[in-house]
Design a protein around this ligand. Sequence first.
Ligand code: HEM
Length: 465
Amino acid sequence: MAIVENPRTLNLDDIQGMLTLGYSNLYQTAYVSLKVLDNSAAKTWLKQQLPLVDSANHQVKTSRTVHFAFAAKGLLALGMKEENLSSFPLPFREGLNTEHRTRILGDYGENDPNNWNWGSNNAEEILMIMHAASDDDLDRFIQEQREGIELNGGLEIVRVIRGFLPEDNKEPFGFHDGISQPVIKGSGKPGPKHDIVATGEFLLGYPNEHNQISFSPIIEVEQGEMSLLPKSNLFHGKHDLGMNGSFMVFRQMEQDVDGFWKAMEEKTLNEDGSINEEAKIRLAAKCIGRWPSGASLVEYPDKDPGGDQHCDDFGYAETDPDGLKCPFGSHLRRNNPRDTLRWYGKEQSLKITKRHRIIRRGRTYRENDKTGLLFICFNADYELQFEFIQHVWANNNQMRHLTNDVDVIIGMPGEGNPHNDKRQFTVENSPVKEYYSGWDQFVTIKGGAYYFFPSITALNYITTI
Ligand code: HEM
């Protein structure tokens, strides 16, 4: 494969920056949860924040940025009419924590929302995401925002969660993260052909990989400054609230780093009981689907080349059709099988997998002695993208020819599965496969919510409702 051009056709000035940018120079992040006390004052404050919001057209390297996301309750609290909220998709309106959704995502047992630190009561309203270059600057930035919010009086800060991008880009288990990302078609950013994905998979109001216009909420009953919003491409005479916006998933995922490495060690001991360091790292890499450096197992099947690797220009159909290099059950291959979906040829597989991509913007957190991933992803359709990936690929114990495996990193077998306690991981090998069974759960959900991530135009409009 090769890197291909992706001419810019989108109005990047109208798109919040996180949709196209990872802010790799702004290491520190704060996720500030806000509750509306007085909606008129809150909207005044929000309007004042607009100049701080970074767009996808980010030309100058700023040292601070702000982004805003809204849960359904937040839009209502700001004064959005129920009729207008009703044009949003059901998963957004219902929130992450419903009986049906907890079942399909595997949020039971240790992941049960009743044990979450936040989000379990679906009470989230507004999320302000702040980026800064250094810890000190983020401290100052939060303090400035806190003072502004207190002075305004329309909002209350409910919680601040801090995250960061480690300088070596490694998530807490020690693997280089944030490499495989889809590139939004029309964003002007080149990328491997398989990563250039239809605009409507991420931005609302554009053709998606099904050749449909991705569904965008509209204003059913006029309110606010209607002239700010574009006309809907789908619903004659209506104004489009979603265009150039997206939907966001936020999940706090605690990682049991010691448990993860202990399991890798115990499952690969030498016959005399001594530790086999090489086999331990190899098994962990097989579970993830990349080496700690980020190198792909397809390109480097035998040994980690080391360094800081970030190549995403590979498929499996030609180089690894039988999973001998990158196992079918690895985190990487499950959550994006690329050009090798069972029963389909290479081109058809790519066509289908492109309908289930997400833009990931996770960051690491550390709180006392706990660590993990503040998982954030963007998609236009929760059910076909994030929920599909978690349910159909990560939690599926029958994926490909696997019989009792789930994703070792994030998979949760069906709640009623009688083999629940015997999670297995298969390493395809020749002449015989290796089976590793009896895995514990290394990642636990500690909080989460679904948010609308509006365009900058819609953000401005929201301040007028
Ligand atoms: C603590 C939780 C998680 C950890 C430690 C983790 C770790 C990783 C790592 C190390 C990679 C390889 C680097 C890269 O290709 O960018 C990766 C890739 C990926 N992860 Fe995760 N991840 C976690 C949660 C999730 C969740 C919740 C999802 C979605 C439901 C997800 C979906 C993906 C996808 C789609 C890829 C890229 C696959 C590809 O395009 O080849 N991850 N993850």
